[in-house]
Design a protein around this ligand. Structure first.
Ligand code: NAG
Ligand code: NAG
Ligand code: NAG
Length: 542
């Protein structure tokens, strides 16, 4: 994949020259300051007798701050399992009742390679709430954005999904994933750009560790490129009534049937030093505490790569100059320079220092959206054309301020003036967006989203998946044990340490046509309202 096609980058910035392996000297100082305090005192405590009759040694880790980057391998989750500490069945029962977190480190003691995954040290089933799992009604309901899962799978609701439909999605897929009895088999067709496929697969493997025995057998095609490709017009109102091929990817739009799935950045993006979301979201939360909205710069900030899209080049015209001030401060990202400086300038948490932040698409969605919305600033959202798995639930004036695509500078100028005059309301919108991102989009929910979209997808399959002839088994060991550098660190930081103590949230029902209509209407009328305010403002100004 060509560099200039790469788009889902923080602040939409280009990644030129950043996909080479990191020189160690850049890495180390960078890591030294970003290592979270972490456990190392591993007390081997439990041994749980599970249904298979096998013993699994587990560890309880506390939180003492002795974790020190790469050097901890011996004490980290990558440790080979050595000591066993047997407890009696009655002790086990006590531990179960207290809902102690069970940690099961990776077994790196054998030289694990692709297709050679440890057989059975990890439980194949785990029910955290033994013996009485909570009923459907007692489970917390997933956030509203989960409701779009039904919409994404709607094209197959009557036909189901046949193997030939899946095969038809191969045309653009980077890989095919088959899950059988909780184990993953992957056939790679084409390596993706950077580590997108690696961290996407890593995320799926963590889902399997998190919910052992709960992910149904399935067979899917995944495309790691930015743009959705399954065009509705090729399938709707056609005489042959053919069904679209089901294809997973990171984003979609109103003209396509691609099924959206969380992007790789939730587990980390080593090429540009974006940490796993679990840690990064905490940094952002912390950053928000450091600077209150009123103390922030009263301008709209954007930093990214302008050359990927005409609309971004347009945005540069809104920058402050000797002759004009649209209230915007926009910067072109220079990744070469930032890499040399150890990415100090691109540290996302320290970019939350403006009252307003601009989000503008590249040539498709950008992973920067969550980082921008999480800032407690008012997000000025330039009209978007793509969605990812959570953005369809964002509402104008509730989560963001809508900015017109074709008249950006005037739109931004008005937004900034409005916010500086209506500070309470502007802050409230910023905080609502941050809460949405930091709470409803926390990793627990990202995993549950994956759980539900995969489970619903699997229900539609009309055949029993089998291991494709060219597939290899993939497991966390095969990926993390041989990995190095930042990749290894991000895997270590984002691993599912053991089976989750809770079962997934319950999937809310689809939006019926009526409520769907209400949402669309409401969005449009709010955007029109802003448009009216804007017109009024410019009439009075000129
Ligand atoms: C086994 O557990 C006990 C009590 O939890 C602990 O004192 C002991 O050090 C453990 N033994 C090993 C080998 O980890
Ligand atoms: C680690 O994996 C190897 C190979 O599957 C296996 O023989 C060994 O028992 C495993 N170690 C533990 C502690 O489960
Ligand atoms: C926008 O203006 C600021 C302040 O003058 C300047 O530092 C920055 O480089 C400008 N951005 C671009 C993309 O020219």
């Amino acid at each position: 994949m060509k560099m200039d096609q790469e788009l889902g980058k923080p602040n939409g910035s280009s990644c030129q020259n950043t996909h080479k392996p990191f020189p160690e000297k850049i890495l180390l100082p960078m890591l030294a300051k970003s290592i979270p305090g972490r456990s190392s005192v591993a007390v081997l405590l439990l041994l749980i007798l599970l249904c298979s009759g096998a013993f699994f040694s587990t560890r309880l880790l506390d939180s003492s701050p002795s974790f020190n980057g790469f050097h901890l391998q011996h004490q980290s989750i990558f440790s080979p399992l050595k000591s066993h500490n047997f407890t009696s069945p009655s002790d086990n029962a006590v531990v179960q009742k207290q809902k102690k977190v069970v940690e099961i480190p990776l077994n790196c003691s054998i030289g694990v390679t692709k297709g050679n995954c440890p057989a059975n040290y990890y439980p194949s089933k785990y029910s955290p709430e033994n013996p009485d799992p909570p009923s459907e009604e007692e489970r917390p309901t997933c956030p509203d954005y989960f409701r779009w899962i039904h919409d994404d799978l709607w094209p197959w609701r009557e036909t189901g999904i046949t193997e030939s439909m899946v095969q038809a999605a191969r045309r653009t897929a980077n890989f095919r994933l088959v899950i059988l009895n909780g184990r993953a088999y992957v056939e790679t067709y084409q390596k993706s750009f950077q580590s997108r496929d690696t961290f996407t697969l890593w995320g799926i493997l963590q889902l399997l560790r998190r919910y052992p025995g709960q992910i149904p057998d399935l067979d899917l095609m995944f495309d790691c490129v930015d743009w959705p490709v399954v065009k509705k017009r090729d399938f709707i109102d056609r005489p042959d009534h053919s069904t679209p091929p089901p294809l997973f990817r990171y984003c979609g739009n109103d003209d396509t049937f691609d099924i959206v799935f969380p992007d790789w950045s939730f587990w980390g993006w080593p090429e540009i030093n974006i940490k796993p979301w679990e840690q990064l979201s905490e940094d952002l939360r912390e950053g928000n505490r450091r600077s209150t909205w009123v103390d922030r710069e009263p301008y709209a900030f954007w930093k990214g790569n302008p050359i990927v899209a005409k609309t971004r080049e347009d945005l540069l015209k809104c920058n402050v100059s000797d002759t004009q001030d649209w209230g915007a401060r926009v910067y072109a990202q220079d990744w070469n320079k930032e890499q040399q400086q150890g990415y100090k300038q691109s540290d996302l948490a320290s970019q939350c220092i403006h009252r307003y932040k601009i989000y503008i698409e590249g040539s498709a969605w950008s992973v920067s959206e969550k980082y921008i919305l999480a800032c407690n600033s008012l997000t000025l959202l330039v009209k978007t054309h793509y969605y990812d798995f959570f953005t369809r639930s964002l509402m104008p004036l509730q989560h963001y301020w809508p900015v017109k695509d074709e008249d950006k500078c005037r739109s931004i100028k008005h937004a900034v003036e409005w916010g500086n005059k209506n500070q309470e309301k502007a802050q409230e919108i910023g905080q609502t967006a941050s809460r949405f991102i930091l709470d409803e989009l926390k990793m627990d929910n990202v995993y549950d989203y994956m759980f539900h979209v995969l489970s619903e997808y699997a229900k539609l399959l009309k055949y029993k998946p089998t291991i494709p002839p060219n597939a290899v088994e993939l497991c966390s060991e095969a990926m993390a044990c041989p990995a190095g550098g930042l990749e290894k660190k991000f895997m270590e930081d984002s691993i599912a340490r053991g089976p989750n103590t809770n079962i997934p949230c319950s999937l809310p029902p689809p939006y019926g046509p009526a409520s769907f209509h209400i949402i669309t209407e409401k969005t449009e009328s709010l955007i029109e309202e802003v448009d009216r305010l804007e017109k009024q403002y410019w009439n009075n100004t000129s």
